[in-house]
Design a binder for this molecule. Sequence first.
Ligand code: FDA
Length: 305
Amino acid sequence: MEQLMRDFFLFLSKNKTLTKLAKKYGLRFGASRFVAGETIEQAVEVIKQLNKKGLAVTVDYLGEFVDNEKEANEMANHCIEAIQAIGREKLNSQLSLKMTSMGLDISDDLVMRNMRRILEMAKEHGVFVTIDMEDYSRCQKTLDIFKQLKKEYDNVGTVLQAYLYRTEADIEDLKDYRPNLRLVKGAYKESPEVAFPDKKDVDDNFKKIIKMHLLNGNYTAVATHDDAIIEYTKQLVKEYNIPNDQFEFQMLYGIRPERQEQLVREGYTMRVYVPYGTDWYGYFMRRLAERPANVAFVLKGVLRK
Ligand code: FDA
């Protein structure tokens, strides 16, 4: 049943008509639990509140699968606006973005032009930029672009997904770039030809790649809400004397906020991924796919109205 619901919401997440409708009608159905607002001003207020609690942030202007140059350029402008806001308001925040919103599906030239614009501005304001990882079909291209950009800029990192068979090899392949990587389980619907179908295998691979990347001496962001993975990381860094400034935990805005604050109290760097913008639909559907309790929460919200 859980798998069926997961597949259903992942299927819905790709629906273009619903994506357009969602943009038009604004944040609905409890999405504001997971999305900080539709404007940069609203996002800044949320980031300030999180920073006050000792939580670091990575802010994301929502958008994906852009199919025309004009929109891709506008998306990049929004990212630049967010970087300027981080600088102006002196926020403890990085930036996250998706390559398909920068024009990945249109042309390499376009995506590189937009990424360089963003990374120049980010460098000026001392802001680190993480390239989110999308579905498997874009993985190789995203890594190729990341490698190219990493030769030109220090302030860029990316994400690897534990559910992909290829990820162990990618950790090895990227090692010499000394990359700051966010490690996650993976949020898209993938075929068993490229990704572990069983949760247990994903969890085992997650632990494996966390260990590999940390022991390679590279900065590691462990992005999960899973206590078993968090405890594993804590034990690992203790066992190998890995300093607290070589890793951090990350969670999504609106998910396990008490746990986030508890990790800060324990002395760890805890970064919250804060999405904002009008293109909230796909992101919201992936959160519903992850956890039936999130669906129950949304249904309660809808029924109360
Ligand atoms: P999972 O969903 O398996 O949950 C494991 C356990 O965590 C649960 O059994 C429960 O114990 C606990 N838990 C989870 N939610 C809870 C809740 N609301 N309340 C209480 N307990 C809860 N994906 C991707 O493909 N590309 C990307 O670039 C990113 N980026 C990204 C950034 C950040 C900061 C995060 C946190 C995640 C991503 N992801 C991602 C998403 C990621 O791949 C994954 O889909 C989600 O994090 C869910 O997986 P978990 O590791 O949290 O474990």
